[in-house]
Design a binder for this molecule. Structure first.
Ligand code: 5AD
Length: 379
């Protein structure tokens, strides 16, 4: 009899997804969903909360991976410094600007510039120069303030963040992505093989605080399914998203990389990993309803149309790869990276159609800023 009472009191997944506040137990329960009916309840709730809070649009960020030269040695990453099997490249200014203008002409409201991590003055000035030129050249009647620009260039000083912010010329469309990868400090050190390196995880959080002070819409995120990571760690990651008051989140499954230094530790089985990644996306959407969440390309490396699954579970941003094809194969952070062979134009129509199949619309010629950022700044 007592047991029956206890059973009656236990919350079901349907009960939990209706809430607006979540305990750690609730979050862990959502993250551990495997039953297909429960998974569908979670998915639908995350999808509906996305529609209700941030609308039906999916925003494009054209991703330009302009250099794979990297000074760091993150053990999970295929372009880490110690991988001598990958030819290194840096696109020249004209090529980068041409890719950005291609995005503008094809109605992408914004782009994302990503590269390996460098902090030398030559690199910093190179980026400054590119930002100024992209801004000047992308202002048009359709984009009166120019392209929105997201930078994904690692940990830099506050002064550098400021310098790039000024150069980008469009404070309303200024964003930075810097994942903290995991909120578990020991796991963070294990991934970056350097206990105490520049204060490790703490330094990463400081950089995120600097970005906010420098006026960026701040994005971060984690990898899901890292060897040794627990559901409690992922729950803590979501708590950290809340604490950092992030505007945007990008997260995807951890996939082993031939060029990385973690092959021996393996990775999760594909289907279980996909399930966990989608649970993490949907749960994050329920806990932080007004942020932008990007459907990571790594989802697509696990499964065809993986990003569309991300959209069905609460993502509202997608980052089509518009890096010139000649260098694309040399920017492989993990195995089975998709779209190595496609020209940007090839992916455009296909992607738009496959997004429409999720019930969402691609919003063209708009910045697509995070609603959370608008709410917190009043801009
Ligand atoms: N698997 C999944 N994601 C990876 N990244 C780097 N290497 C991998 C990998 N092996 C992600 C990191 C980084 C982002 C640019 O790419 O989270 O922050």
């Amino acid at each position: 009899m007592k047991l029956l009472k206890l059973f009656k009191k236990m919350k079901t997944i349907s009960d939990i997804v209706k809430q607006t506040q979540f305990s750690d137990d609730d979050i862990i329960r959502l993250l551990s969903v495997t039953d297909s009916q429960e998974a569908e309840i979670l998915r639908q709730a995350a999808y509906d909360r996305t529609t209700k809070t941030v609308g039906n649009n999916v925003y494009y960020r054209g991703l330009i991976e302009f250099s794979n030269i990297c000074t760091l040695d993150c053990r999970y990453c295929g372009i880490r410094k110690s991988n001598h099997n990958v030819p290194r490249y840096e696109l020249d200014k004209d090529t980068i600007v041409a890719a950005a203008l291609w995005a503008a002409e094809n109605h992408y409201g914004s782009i994302c510039l990503q590269s390996g991590e460098r902090r030398d003055p030559k690199f910093i000035d190179f980026v400054t120069d590119i930002l100024k030129t992209i801004h000047q050249k992308s202002v048009s009647p359709t984009l009166p303030n120019g392209l929105g620009i997201t930078l994904s260039l690692g940990e830099q000083t506050f002064e550098v963040y400021k310098q790039w912010a000024e150069a980008s010329g469009n404070p309303m469309g200024l964003r930075y992505l810097l994942r903290f990868e995991t909120s578990n400090p020991e796991l963070f050190d294990h991934l970056h093989c350097a206990p105490g390196r520049e204060k490790g995880l703490e330094r990463r959080y400081e950089a995120l605080a600097d970005l906010r002070k420098a006026g960026y819409q701040v994005g971060s995120g984690v990898m899901i399914g890292i060897p040794g990571q627990t559901l409690e760690d992922l729950c803590q990651d979501i708590r950290t998203f809340q604490k950092l008051d992030l505007d945007m989140i990008g997260m995807g499954p951890y996939i082993t990389s031939e060029g990385g230094d973690m092959l021996g530790e393996g990775m999760m089985e594909k289907n279980a990993l996909m399930r966990l990644a989608l649970n993490m996306i949907a749960t994050t959407r329920l806990v932080l309803p007004d942020i932008n969440i990007a459907a990571a390309t790594a989802l697509h490396a696990l499964e065809d149309n993986g990003r569309e699954k991300g959209i069905l579970h609460g993502c509202n941003v997608i980052m089509p790869n518009i890096t010139p094809r000649v260098v694309r194969k040399n920017y492989q952070l993990y195995a089975n990276k998709p779209f190595i062979e496609q020209e940007p134009s090839d992916t455009n129509l296909y992607l738009q159609q496959s997004i429409q199949k999720t019930g969402r619309e691609v919003a063209l010629n708009v910045l697509g800023s995070s609603k959370h950022w608008k709410n917190r700044t009043g801009l």
